[in-house]
Design a protein around this ligand. Structure first.
Ligand code: PEP
Length: 252
C-alpha cells in the first residue's frame, strides 16, 4: 500500500512573512493526518525558515531544484549538500518550467538526480508531454525518453526513495487538468516501464504523483484512482484552504 504524497510547489511566489503564515497554517492541520504525506517546496531564501517551522511535525520540506555539482563556480546555483545542510529532505527535479525556461534536458536531470541521491535527498522527478506532443500521439514516447534519460544507470536500490510526478505540460498553470483516465494511462505506463527496468517490487512501491491544475474541485476524482499516489500542486498550494482540501481528498 503506497502512502499518497501531496506536495506544494510554491515556485517563485510569496515573501518571507507570507511563506511563514502559509506553512504555519499547513503544519498545524497537516500534522493531524498520517494517511497522507504532505510536503512544501518554498523558494530557496525561505527554505531554512520553513524547515525550522516544520520541525517536530510530519510536514516534509524540500527545494525546487538543485545543481548537479557539490560546489564550485556556478553563480546563482544551489547544491544538493546545501539543501541538505539547511535541513530540507526533498528536492523537485526536472520541473517542466526548468526544462522550458532554463533549458534543462534529461541528461541534466539525471546528473541532478545522482547528486540528490548521493546526499540523501528524496527526489521528485517531473516528467510530462507538451500539448503538441499529446496531439501528435507521442505522449508515451516522450515519457519513455524522459524516464530513460533520467533513470539510466541507477539500480533499484539507489532509486528506492524516488517519487515521480507525471505533469502534462499543457495542464500546468492552465486550469486544464488531465482527466483521471488520461492520467491513469500514463501512470500505468510509467509503472510498467519501471517494472521492466527495476523489477516488479520496485514498481509496486513507486509513488507516482499527478500534477497539473490540481485544485479542490478536481482533486477527489483524480486522487481516488489507485494509480495516482498524490499530487504535485502549484497554484492551489499557495492558499492553505485549497491545499488542505486537496490533502483531505487524498485521504479517502
Ligand atoms: C506545478 O507547477 O508542478 C503545477 C502542477 O502547477 P499547477 O498546479 O499550478 O498547475
Amino acid at each position: 500500500m503506497r502512502t499518497p504524497f501531496v506536495a506544494g510547489n510554491w515556485k517563485m511566489n510569496l515573501d518571507g512573512a507570507r511563506a511563514a503564515a502559509l506553512v504555519e497554517s499547513i503544519r498545524s492541520a497537516a500534522t493531524k493526518t498520517t494517511a497522507v504525506e504532505v510536503g512544501v517546496f518554498p523558494p530557496y531564501p525561505y527554505l531554512a525558515d520553513v524547515v525550522r517551522r516544520c520541525e517536530g511535525s510530519s510536514v516534509r520540506v524540500g527545494a525546487q531544484n538543485c545543481h548537479a555539482q557539490n560546489s564550485g563556480a556556478f553563480t546563482g546555483e544551489v547544491a544538493a549538500p546545501m539543501v541538505k545542510d539547511v535541513g530540507a529532505t526533498h528536492v523537485i527535479l526536472g520541473h517542466s518550467e526548468r526544462r522550458q525556461f532554463c533549458g534543462e534536458d534529461d541528461a541534466q536531470v539525471r546528473a541532478k538526480l545522482a547528486a540528490a541521491l548521493a546526499h540523501g535527498l528524496v527526489p521528485i522527478v517531473c516528467i510530462g508531454e507538451t500539448l503538441a506532443e499529446r496531439q501528435a500521439q507521442r505522449t508515451l514516447d516522450v515519457i519513455r525518453r524522459q524516464l530513460d534519460g533520467a533513470l539510466a544507470g541507477f539500480s533499484a536500490a539507489q532509486l528506492a526513495p524516488l517519487v515521480i510526478a507525471y505533469e502534462p505540460v499543457w495542464a500546468i498553470g492552465t486550469g486544464m487538468n488531465a482527466t483521471p483516465a488520461q492520467a491513469v494511462e500514463v501512470h500505468r505506463f510509467i509503472r510498467a516501464s519501471c517494472a521492466e527496468r527495476f523489477g516488479a517490487a520496485f514498481a509496486a512501491a513507486l509513488r507516482i504523483q499527478y500534477g497539473g491544475s490540481v485544485k479542490p474541485e478536481n482533486a477527489a476524482e483524480l486522487l481516488s484512482e489507485d494509480e495516482i499516489d498524490g499530487a504535485l500542486v502549484g497554484g492551489a498550494s499557495l492558499d492553505p484552504r485549497s491545499f488542505l482540501s486537496i490533502v483531505q481528498a487524498a485521504t479517502v
